[in-house]
Design a binder for this molecule. Structure first.
Ligand code: ADP
Ligand code: MG
Length: 270
């Protein structure tokens, strides 16, 4: 039965095969900001490095069941969910085992749909309004599973010289997934990260990206902010570590933009 909550759940995948562009930082802080504005968020750590888990203060000792067990079909997703310090933000943690999934799944049927299948229970259950998936820095089976399970992709782009490089590959992957695994996959938006207003290059890159992606680029730009980079070493989202800092405020603004886009989309679909 399609309840109200069925329609409300949105699954967003945070993807860019480049490392160090702000995927995990965005997953943690957008997740926290969405929870702060009243959404019920489940963050899925789909990177064997487990940075999102560590950054949310969920150390190895608390990762009894992980995304690995879920994708291998050994545990229902609910068994892997852990609470974070924040009401409204739960986590499915990752550990290094996750890097074995690609090999271990081999040619098993539905190998690209393991996450989507696991999320069926979450969609039915109705406890969450957003699922955010933090991807590894590659276009591997983990990223493909995330895209096959998602409603939309959110792309973080670092404001540096080679920002647009590699995006052709990402866009091609999104097209491939649309053509085969998930025809409804949309682009939620592109977020500029680590913007440095003292660096004229940042401004130039931001303009280039807006010229290329137009409306898809969020108005909110995430500034380079030392508080944002310090927070994970305390196992806290930046918004908890220092709510007032420019980075935290930017993520709150981004969350509002994400929600507005979702509302507009829903109104259009209705
Ligand atoms: P990815 O997940 O794409 O590999 P991360 O989110 O881990 O990227 O970010 C890479 C590095 O940049 C991390 O050390 C992180 O703390 C830092 N970082 C990310 N966003 C910001 C920001 N807005 N200001 C300062 N440092 C940032
Ligand atoms: Mg990461």
């Amino acid at each position: 039965m399609a309840g109200k909550s069925d329609r409300a759940l949105r699954v967003l995948v945070i993807a860019n095969q480049k490392g160090g562009v702000g995927k995990t930082t965005t997953a943690i802080n957008l997740g926290t900001a969405l929870a702060a504005v009243g959404e019920k968020v489940l963050l899925i750590d789909s990177d064997p490095q487990g940075n999102a888990s560590t950054g949310l203060g969920v150390g190895r000792a608390r990762r009894k069941k992980t995304l690995y067990d879920v994708l291998m079909g050994e545990e229902p997703i609910a068994e892997a969910v852990v609470k974070t310090e924040l009401p409204g933000l739960d986590l499915v943690p990752a550990d290094p085992d996750l890097s074995g999934v690609e090999l271990e799944l081999g040619n098993s049927p539905r190998r690209s749909f393991k996450l989507r299948d696991a999320l069926d229970a979450v969609r039915r259950d109705g406890a969450y309004t957003y699922v955010l998936i933090d991807c590894p820095p590659s276009l591997n089976l983990l990223t493909v599973n995330a895209m096959a399970a998602a409603d939309a992709v959110l792309v973080p782009l670092q404001c540096e010289f080679f920002a647009l490089e590699g995006l052709t590959q990402l866009m091609r992957t999104i097209e491939l997934v649309r053509g085969s695994l998930n025809p409804r996959l949309e682009i939620q938006g592109v977020v500029l990260t680590m913007f440095d207003r003292r660096n004229s290059l940042s401004e130039q890159v931001a303009n280039d990206v807006r010229g290329h992606f137009g409306e898809a680029v969020y108005e909110t730009v995430i500034p380079r902010n030392v508080r944002v980079s310090e927070a994970p070493s305390f196992g806290k989202p930046a918004l908890v570590y220092d709510l007032k800092c420019a980075g935290s405020q930017a993520y709150l603004k981004l969350a509002r933009e994400v929600v507005v886009r979702e509302r507009a989309r829903r109104a259009q679909a209705a």
